[in-house]
Design a binder for this molecule. Sequence first.
Ligand SMILES: C[S@@+](CC[C@H](N)C(=O)[O-])C[C@H]1O[C@@H](n2cnc3c(N)ncnc32)[C@H](O)[C@@H]1O
Length: 486
Amino acid sequence: MSPHVHGVELHQWSADAGSERVRNAGGNVEMAVGDFFDTPAAGRYSAVVGNPPYIRFQDFAGDSRAKARAAALRGGVALSGLASSWAAFTVHGALSLQPGGRLGFVLPAELLHANYAAPVRRFLFENFSQVDLVLFEERVFAEAETEALLLLADGYGGSTNHARIRQVTDAGALTIDMPDAAKWTPTDPAAKWSASTVSPEAAGIYAKLILGGTFTALKTWGETTLGMVTGNNKYFALSPSRVAELGLLSSDVLRLSPPGSSHLRGLEFSTRAHNELGSAGKRTMLFRPASDPSDAALAYIAQGEVDSVQTAYKCRVRKDWWRVPLVAKADMLLTYMNADTPRLTTNSAGALHLNSVHGIYLTPEHRKVGRELLPVAALNSVTMLGAEFTGRAYGGGMLKIEPGEADLWALPSPAVVAAAREELLAIRPQVAGKLRNGNVLEAAKLVDDVLLVRALGMRRPEVAEIRAARAALAGRRESRSRRANS
Ligand SMILES: C[S@@+](CC[C@H](N)C(=O)[O-])C[C@H]1O[C@@H](n2cnc3c(N)ncnc32)[C@H](O)[C@@H]1O
C-alpha cells in the first residue's frame, strides 16, 4: 500500500514542489498551504518528516512566534527568545505522532550544543525510546550558513537515557550500511551533546577527569570578560611613531595590546614584546587622554571630528566621544578566534586589550600561580579537547570562544598546577620555543608528559585517545571550511 502523506507548507510553490516529490516517490499526498502551527497536533501519524526553517525567534513576526512557542509549550518545552524556529517545529512534529511513531528531521547542529536547545534535548530523551543522530563531516547544504544533522527518533511515548551517534562524510553516504554508532549517555539529558561527537573511550576519560576534579572550569581560576570597544580602532589605536608625529604626551596614551591576536601565540606578552611590536609599527598605544588633554590631543580630537569619528554609534553614546571606556588590565589574555586552539598569555606588559581578545582576571588566591603557569599548563591535550567542546566552529574553520563559554573551559585545577610547578617551570622555555616555531602540538606533547602522565598518572594510550579525539574535532572544523571554500 502506498503511504498516505499529509503536508503543510507556507508557500504555494514549495507546496507544489513537495507534492510532486511525494507523488514521484509513490506516495499519495494531501498538501495544505498554511502555517504548520495552525494544524493541531492530533497524535495520528506513524511518521513525521520535516526540514523546518531555522529562524531566530527574535526575527519572528509576533503572531507566528506566539503560535510556535505555544505549540512547544504543549510538549512541556519552554523556549527562550533566543531559540530558533526549528525547536518548536520539532516538538510540534513529535506531538503529531501516534504512540510508537517515528520522527525524521533535518536540523541545525545547534541541537547538539545551543543553550536554548537544552529543553529540546531533554524532550527527545523523555519522549522517544530511541534517539539517533547522523552528523556530516562535510557541509550538506552548501548555501546554508549552518551545519545540518539528521535527527531520527523512534518509539514515541517511550524514553531513553542515551543517543546513538553516527558520522558520515556527506548525504551520499546515507545508506542502510551506516557505520557503527557511538553511544552517548549524558548525565543530564539537557546537557550539551557536543562531547558525543568523539569516541566513547575519549568521552569517558574526559568525563572521569572532570568528575574527579583534576580539571576544573576556567571560572574556578578567575573571570573572563570582553575587551574594550573603541568604536574606531584606526583612530584610537596608534603606533608609537604616529604618537610621536602627532606630538601626543604620555598622559594622552595608554599601553595597548594591538588589534588582532597574532602576537599572542606565546606564553607571555612581555614589556619587551610590547616595545618590539611598537618599534615594528604596530598600534601598541591607545589614544585615551587623561582628564586634561594636551594641546596635541585637542588637535587630534578636532581632527577626529573633521573625519566624523564621533558619529560611530559607540562614540556617539559617550559623554566625551573620544574617551574610550576602559577595562582593567587583565592578568592574562585569551585569544577569541583560533585556527588551532585558544591561547592564554600572561599579560606581564600590563597592556590594555581590545575586544579582539578576552581578558582573564584571576582570583587573588590563584593569581600568582596562574600568572606564572596557567598558559603553559593550559597547553595540554585534555584542555585542547575541552576547547573543541566548549567553543564553536566558526567560518574558515576557526574555533571561536566567547567569555561565557571560556568560563566552562576545562583547565587543570589550581591544586594540580601547583603540585606540578617545578616540572612545569622546567619545561617552560622549551614549550615557548616550540610555540615560537608555530608548533603547538609539539608544545602540547611536552606538557602532556609532565601534567597528564607524570602528575596525574594517566596511561599513554589514554592520552593518545584524548589527542586523537581532539584532532578529529579540529579536523572536522578544518575540513568543513576547506569544503566551503572549494
Ligand atoms: C528549510 S526549508 C525546507 C524546504 C523543503 N521542506 C525541503 O525539504 O526542501 C523550510 C520550509 O518551511 C516553510 N515554512 C516556514 N514556516 C512555516 C510554517 N510556519 N508552516 C509551514 N511551513 C513553513 C518555508 O516556506 C520553507 O519552504
